[in-house]
Design a protein around this ligand. Structure first.
Ligand code: LRH
Ligand code: MN
Ligand code: MN
Length: 424
């Protein structure tokens, strides 16, 4: 299915006076209004191919119908999101869940929907049907060199797919680790993983980045070989200038101060990108901003501060991706909500009165510093985000229009009610 441009225009027309009324107050209050709007228009968040179907848990999966049955249909789904919000202009693929068969036609289809290929993801955390050796005891850390070689070869193959599609980054997430004390020699596991990553790094084209994603636990529950930002930073530093740490918000131990991690990684020039999601307990992969919106804002506040200090381009110098999917919502509605929450947090972070904050910090005026941050956080920036979308020819309210156009119903009609997308 395709959403006609005039449907969006028609909807925006209907909503126009309500929107203008809400926007008026903000326009007067924000000094650099046009500059902020342009930043919001430029900001794009990649959609993970594996979030377009209902994510299951290990206890079950409840597909909602109309799920994409092929890579082509996944691209079409991201195209629908992008048409509605104009902020989802890229797709992130996971190999082998998304093996592209014909690069030219896949590239052409993506271009038709205005989509780029964001970071490519490798998968050495599952055994595939035709695979010679098992990853039961790890992949890049494995005691058997042949298993390590298989994992390296897979990553190099993923790079090749990415090169053919025009991607510029490889995200490596390893589930390697151990479930019981004594199972693993930590030092040997680290060194083997480093050597394996070095071989993959050597195969990286010169204009590519490698993102080393960390995760504290799951599926291993005693140790993880890339378990936190310190370990990821060590690998990335030892690998070289093209390697960076990737922060997935759900991959920390409870109450971790993610905004501080972000600030220091930026300071060291080693922050590569994000997997946005939200969580209450662990790697819950819930909709971004659904549980801890203040944390999301604080992270963006550090991002804006740190990127501006290094004169980085907000839109293009880091990899912005969502990694969220679960059981109970329509995946496309969920993704529209995630993108919206990210845009809101970003807009609020752009509103922080930086000059006054520096003064408050230098004067140890703690109450003032809090007031400054919370003034930005408590500003209802939704009309601003909507205005950015309007100027980019997106819908004022993408979720409302998605519902009134009955997009899911159309997809079920086209694809059937019993489709199951590949992914987790
Ligand atoms: C691991 C992870 C990683 C994988 C994705 C499917 O929990 O966050 O990014 O590639 O989930
Ligand atoms: Mn992730
Ligand atoms: Mn995860």
């Amino acid at each position: 299915m395709k959403i006609d441009k005039y449907k969006i225009e028609e909807y925006n027309q209907q909503e126009s006076s309500k929107h203008t009324r809400k926007l008026e107050g903000l326009v007067e209050e924000i000094a650099n209004y046009e500059e902020i709007l342009q930043k919001l228009i430029d900001f794009q968040i990649a959609i993970p191919s594996w979030a377009l179907g209902s994510g299951g848990t290990r206890f079950g999966r409840f597909p909602g119908g109309g799920e994409p049955r092929s890579l082509e249909e996944k691209i079409e789904d991201v195209g629908l999101l992008h048409t509605l919000n104009q902020s989802s202009g890229a797709i992130s693929l996971h190999i082998p869940w998304d093996v592209p068969e014909n690069y030219q036609s896949i590239k052409a289809l993506a271009a038709q929907h205005g989509l780029a290929f964001d970071a490519m993801n490798s998968n050495t955390f599952q055994d595939q049907a035709n695979q010679a050796l098992s990853y039961k005891f790890g992949s890049m850390q494995h005691v058997d060199k042949a298993v390590r070689k298989q994992a390296i070869a897979h990553n190099i193959e993923v790079i090749k797919h990415g090169v053919a599609l025009g991607s510029k980054a490889l995200t490596v997430w390893l589930s390697d680790g151990s479930c019981f004390p004594g199972q693993l020699n930590f030092r040997k596991a680290f060194q083997r993983t480093l050597e394996s990553l070095q071989e993959v790094y050597a195969a990286l084209p010169s204009d590519w980045k490698m993102f080393v994603e960390y995760k504290a636990f799951e599926p291993n529950f005693y140790s993880t070989t890339v378990g936190d930002w310190g370990q990821s930073f060590l690998y990335a530093t030892k690998l070289g200038p093209q390697a960076y740490t990737l922060v997935d918000l759900g991959h920390h131990l409870p109450n971790a101060n993610i905004e501080q991690i972000v600030s220091l990684l930026l300071m060291e020039g080693k922050l590569g990108g994000f997997h946005f999601n939200d969580s209450k307990y662990g790697d819950d992969d819930l909709t971004a901003g659904s549980i801890k919106p203040y944390q999301l804002f604080l992270i963006f506040s550090e991002l804006v501060e740190g990127m501006d200090a290094r004169q980085m381009d907000h839109a293009s110098d880091l990899g912005w991706m969502i990694d969220a999917s679960h059981n109970v919502k329509d995946p496309l509605e969920d993704l529209l909500q995630s993108v919206e929450a990210i845009m809101i947090a970003y807009a609020q972070a752009l509103l922080v009165d930086r000059k006054s904050l520096i003064v408050a910090q230098e004067e140890n005026d703690v109450a003032k510093a809090q007031e400054i941050l919370q003034t930005a956080f408590r500003t209802d920036v939704r009309p601003l985000v909507a205005e950015a979308r309007l100027r980019a020819n997106g819908a004022l309210n993408p979720l409302a229009l998605y519902r009134s156009l009955k997009v899911r119903e159309e997809l079920v009609k086209e694809r059937g009610s019993k489709t199951v997308a590949t992914g987790l």
